[in-house]
Design a protein. Structure first.
Length: 256
């Protein structure tokens, strides 16, 4: 089974890129983030024609998450992250797909920091950790996939000081990610590439793609049951170099 995550950065604008990647990579399950469209504009018909069923939660202008499945309909089990009923941002979606529980998330960016946006990021991270702990206690096959908007260590960002004040690399952001892993989650990309500089995001500015000045922001966290089935993981970085590409590349994991 192949599970992938892809911050598509506007699904309708990038739809040709997405469909071509789906044909090439043939993932069984995909989590998408940053749909940047309302539900009525989500291209469910085009994805169905490409062989993928979908559940989604859109939002006008920004945010939005979706889960695609190549083998059967995903069954939505949760449409928002619990812990704050007043939080209306479309950033979390959960679905059961072929016996696996998929949590797809788009964690807040948090910039500028310090400030209210960074405070929201850390509160959202805390809510995620609370929910993630409950998922592990349920003892079911579960995976958290998405754009976590954190480069966990210095190995996850190109050698630079230009991002030092960014919310993506702040000690509080990194500590929140580390606490999440300590619950018992396995970071699939880092598990399979323990010492490699592997990136999933290259900003459009300052020729960062051309210079390979990237960050690893998109993660696939496996619960213990699925971690035991980990076969391979990687990034389809060539997708970032295609015309009209998102500033992210798909990350994926293969399970036995």
């Amino acid at each position: 089974m192949k599970i992938a995550t892809f911050n598509i950065n506007n699904i309708n604008r990038r739809l040709p890129n997405l469909l071509q990647w789906l044909r090439r990579a043939k993932p069984d399950i995909v989590g998408l983030q940053e749909l940047k469209c309302i539900d009525a504009d989500f291209p469910a018909a085009a994805l169905r024609k490409a062989g993928y069923h979908s559940v989604f939660r859109g939002q006008k202008t920004w945010n939005g998450v979706a889960i695609l499945s190549r083998n059967g309909e995903p069954v939505a089990t949760r449409m928002a992250l619990p812990g704050d009923p007043n939080d209306l941002q479309s950033r979390y979606l959960e679905a059961a797909v072929n016996g696996i529980l998929i949590g797809c998330l788009y964690l807040p960016n948090g910039n500028p920091q310090p400030g209210p946006k960074f405070d929201y990021k850390l509160k959202w991270f805390s809510r995620l950790s609370t929910h993630a702990r409950k998922l592990l206690k349920a003892n079911v096959p579960v995976v958290l996939i998405g754009d976590f908007n954190v480069a966990p260590t210095d190995l996850d960002i190109y050698p630079t000081k230009s991002w030092d004040n960014d919310a993506l690399v702040q000690p509080q952001s990194r500590a929140a990610y580390a606490r999440l892993l300590k619950q018992g989650w396995t970071d699939a990309l880092r598990e399979t590439h323990p010492d490699e500089r592997i990136y999933t995001f290259w900003d459009y500015k300052r020729n960062r793609w051309q210079r390979d000045a990237g960050l690893r922001l998109d993660h696939i966290l496996l619960g213990p049951i699925l971690a035991n089935r980990l076969k391979a993981a990687g990034v389809d970085r060539v997708e970032r170099g295609r015309e009209g590409a998102s500033d992210h590349a798909p990350a994926w994991v293969e399970l036995r």
